[in-house]
Design a protein around this ligand. Structure first.
Ligand SMILES: [Zn+2]
Length: 261
């Protein structure tokens, strides 16, 4: 399948910025599939209400052209062309764009949906932004670890060639998303299971101590975060192209495959 890359935000966060919000656009027989959405047009129209106080820490550049929707439109597509959105998790910098694709089926794990929207604990009440889900997305929830997949992992096939691979740790129901890409083998969008690419031994990137520290602070379960890094490093060694959501150098390395390039 043809896979293109989008950066759906530029976050000017102190010490760790600029951070991209790396998303994927996959051309499938069932229409366009978007992996993560970054922020949406509604987030930029009303950041105070949609993003809350944490926007002061993340500092996304207020520019609608960064949204997945506007980038798709610039490339000649419309919101209706996106039939499925697959989310690594429901944090505000990954799910904010959902309201720009109201007709799409939204795939996430049942555990993430539960933690964010059904029965959030004290911490998660402050973490997720309910305002980003007010439009009532059509969720397809994937429960449990899924079926045996590849590389010793399990997952849920969303459409042929696109698999949601549960990888909790950063959040309670976080998952990675695997895609079989034409001519490039297996890509794994690791979402926020990986902040600094060097934690998964991705070649050609520098160690980012502040980003690593930030990852520890915002992670739900540090032991699982560490375990995920080991798994992802193993996958890198086995030839999988692992993609973190927020590593600027990894983002720059995919330049030839950027949407509209
Ligand atoms: Zn994130």
């Amino acid at each position: 399948m043809r896979v293109e890359h989008l950066n759906c935000a530029i976050m000017r966060s102190p010490f760790v910025g600029p951070l991209p919000a790396h998303a994927l656009l996959i051309h499938t027989d069932e229409g366009l599939v978007l992996v993560d959405t970054g922020y949406g047009t509604a987030d930029y129209a009303d950041p105070k209400r949609r993003l809350g106080p944490v926007r002061a820490l993340l500092r996304p550049e207020k520019d609608e052209r960064h949204t997945a929707l506007r980038q798709l439109e610039a490339a000649g597509y419309s919101a209706a062309d996106v039939t499925h959105v697959v989310l690594t998790h429901l944090d505000l910098d990954h799910a904010g764009g959902l309201s720009d694709f109201p007709a799409a089926t939204v795939h996430t794990t049942a555990a993430e949906h539960q933690a964010a929207l059904v029965a959030p604990d004290f911490q998660d009440k402050n973490r997720y932004r309910r305002q980003q889900f007010e439009h009532g997305p059509t969720f397809f929830l994937h429960d449990g670890p899924g079926d045996g997949w590849a590389h010793g992992l399990t997952g849920h096939e969303v459409v042929p060639g696109v698999t949601l691979v549960p990888m909790p740790g950063h959040s309670k129901g976080h998952a990675a998303v695997a895609v079989e890409a034409d001519g490039r083998g297996l890509l794994l969008h690791a979402g926020d299971a990986l902040f600094d690419g060097t934690s998964a031994a991705i070649p050609g990137v520098d160690k980012k101590p502040f980003l690593r520290a930030f990852e520890q602070v915002v992670g739900d379960d540090r032991a699982k975060v560490k375990q995920n890094h080991a798994t992802l490093a193993r996958l890198t060694g086995e030839g999988v192209m692992v993609i973190p959501a927020h590593d600027q150098q990894v983002w720059e390395s995919v330049a030839p495959f950027v949407l509209g390039a």
